[in-house]
Write a protein that binds this ligand. Structure first.
Ligand SMILES: Cc1ncc(COP(=O)(O)O)c(C=O)c1O
Length: 373
């Protein structure tokens, strides 16, 4: 099996990230640490402080001796920030998405509608929900016409799943359009804000605020491992759904609670949110400028509009060749191949971050100029 994967240029290996390289000249475009907080002394100092004050291990499942009061503090703070009725803290975004889908799937007459490019954790959660296939419909990426016809054909309690910033394409759905369809067909929106939370929108509140999305009715998944440079995730939702998750979500119930240090670090990071606006603005500037440059050089970045910039190569070998070319010139990137993305759409994914200074940007542009098609 491994030989077949290798023959198809899909063999994965674990490679230390560029930012952990001893060569400080390497520009790392592989991480989801979009605000570059791993290299931020204030962030690191805050983590050291909470590590002194809080236990690292929670000691058990949150339902069995692992509940630390700081979880609730963090949840209330994030719910407030996101204008949600309440929030529940999970050890990871994967567990959060799996919990949301499997819990919603237990509601009588539930029916799911999911964008075809949704993250693996949403897909797996939907599969694990046990709903029969006719009650779990997949619509073409961002295709609201197809979604509407599926909604019109289906009766029951409907849930529409989408990301707000797609992890491999860097594009955004028509969030207002999704809310309009949800209203028209009595559906609830489930929006994964993993890549936008803490990076996009006013004070990093995500891409939903400022749109027609009704925050207090929707279910939103905000992860802490990306913009916040921590770990874990929060499901923001109406209170009844939080209660239901606590009672039936197996990935919540049957796992050790997250580290209280992480929740305390989340509180500290949230308190600093306004001060991080400069980083967010710089991230938006870098994203816009690199996209314009690459497009001008003839590279396709598909419909990307923010800090995730896919350079579409098509064949797996071409994506590997571009990634190797960049690596030889000190730019660390990742070639993304099937099954992570559809066959024939292999790409080099540039994960931009606020630590890219003007000279780095010029260097990236110059290397792409040398490779230009
Ligand atoms: C869109 C999306 N949702 C959820 C997750 C899972 O989050 P976590 O890394 O916290 O498990 C990811 C992770 O890469 C993601 O890209």
């Amino acid at each position: 099996m491994l030989a077949a994967i290798a023959a198809d240029h899909r063999l994965r290996t674990l490679v230390p990230a560029g930012s952990y390289s001893k060569d400080h000249n390497v520009i790392d475009l592989t991480s989801n640490d979009y605000l570059d907080l791993r290299h931020d002394p204030v962030h690191q100092a805050a983590l050291h402080e909470v590590a002194r004050d809080f236990p690292f291990g929670s000691g058990g499942s949150r339902l069995l001796g692992g509940e630390h009061p700081v979880f609730r503090d963090f949840e209330r703070m994030v719910a407030d920030f996101a204008d949600a009725e309440d929030a529940l803290f999970f050890p990871s975004g994967f567990a959060a998405n799996e919990s949301v889908a499997t819990t919603l799937g237990r509601l009588p007459d539930a029916a799911f509608f999911s964008d075809e490019l949704n993250h693996a954790s949403i897909i797996d959660g939907i599969r694990a929900s046990g709903l029969e296939k006719s009650r779990r419909r997949i619509f073409a990426h961002n295709d609201l016409t197809m979604l509407e016809s599926q909604l019109a054909q289906t009766k029951g309690l409907k849930f529409i799943f989408s990301e707000s910033l797609f992890s491999m394409d860097g594009d955004t759905p028509d969030l207002n359009g999704l809310q309009t369809l949800a209203d028209r067909y009595g559906a609830t929106l489930v929006i994964d804000e993993a890549h936008a939370f803490f990076c996009n929108g006013p004070e990093g509140r995500g891409l939903c605020p400022g749109t027609g999305i009704r925050h207090r009715e929707a279910i939103r998944i905000l992860t802490c491992g990306k913009g916040m440079s921590l770990q874990g995730a929060l499901v923001c939702s109406p209170s009844w759904f939080r209660d239901l998750l606590i009672n039936v979500a197996r990935p919540f119930i049957y796992t050790t609670g997250p580290s209280p240090v992480l929740a305390a670090a989340g509180v500290a990071t949230m308190q600093r949110s306004a001060a991080l606006q400069e980083k967010r603005d710089h991230l938006a500037f870098v994203s816009r400028r690199l996209r314009v440059t690459l497009n001008g050089l003839g590279f396709s970045t598909a419909r990307a509009g923010h800090h995730i910039l896919p350079v579409i190569c098509g064949e797996n070998s071409k994506a590997l060749a571009l990634s190797a070319f960049l690596a030889e010139r000190g730019i660390s990137s990742r070639a993304i191949r099937p099954p992570t993305v559809p066959a024939g759409t292999a790409r080099v994914r540039l994960s931009l971050h606020a630590g890219i200074a003007e000279p780095d940007l010029a260097r990236i542009e110059s290397v792409f100029r040398d490779f230009a098609p």
